[in-house]
Ligand binder design. Sequence first.
Ligand code: PEP
Ligand code: MN
Length: 331
Amino acid sequence: MLVVMKNDATEVQVQAVIREIESWGYRGIPIPGAQRTAVCIVDNTGPVEDSRLLSLDGVKEAIRVTKPYKLVSRETHPQSTIIAIGDIKIGGEEPVIMAGPCAVESEEQALTIAHLVKQYGAQIFRGGAFKPRTSPYSFQGLGEEGLKILKKVRSETGLLIVTEATDHTNIEIVEQYGDIIQIGARNMQNYSLLRRAGRASKPILLKRGFAATIGELLMSAEYIMSEGSTQVILCERGIRTFADNTRSTLDLSAIPSIKEVSHLPVVVDPSHAAGRREYVIPLSKGAIAVGADGLLVEVHHDPSHALSDGMQSLYPEQFEKLMREIESLRR
Ligand code: PEP
Ligand code: MN
């Protein structure tokens, strides 16, 4: 249930509503809006009786939330969420481009790619220091050394950093170094990691699992938000189907479907969906055309020697072309 406060309700009245909800053994999470605050009741497993709440000072109305997810739902938060980090706004008018190698391999590699993607217009550098690899024998990332390189990338280029936390043992350090914490497809239902991510001071980029429905993705985002975070970016990165011409099947319908029911920004990762660099530009244009708030694209200056995902990494000149084509599409 959502308790909508009157426009002139005071903070004391909002707190009284939260205390009343807590006295029933539930939590009340305040959701500030442009005009008024609402309080979302969570942890209840069935309907809540609203008459006591309606009698409290400052309460305008109580609305039943019909979806199983609450904090991520547009019913709770009708305006689209814009996540602002410095001057960058994810979910605003302009698509935000995050680009870089799959993995940070060395300082020279990361800085070379970062300068190139910045030159062509990316706003955020992506690169993994902790890599969730299908094989235990594949390159697992440089760990903290990789994070230190990412810090240098930010100070040399001014690009923000998105990088992945793969479990509860590295999320704290990723939180210190990164500007956005990525949770990968394989971890979309790692609930202890999601809960810890919800207490982080940085925005979370949550990727859809290969076999997850939109509802399951939204419930995972709900785990994060139920811990207090309001800064969640969803990412469609392809799902597993019978199609074997690509690594995964990019589900472009996910973008309008999510936007219909959720206020959270949605970005698209065409690289992991395609698995082949030849398809990344057309899929990126499709993503922008259906309303994605941004892209997460793998780029490498020397893909044939990349330690991971070289086949799907764009050459810098292809990334430049992508940026030009997106700009004309956007116009
Ligand atoms: C990645 O972003 O490099 C990655 C491993 O992606 P995913 O979790 O979507 O497979
Ligand atoms: Mn990758």
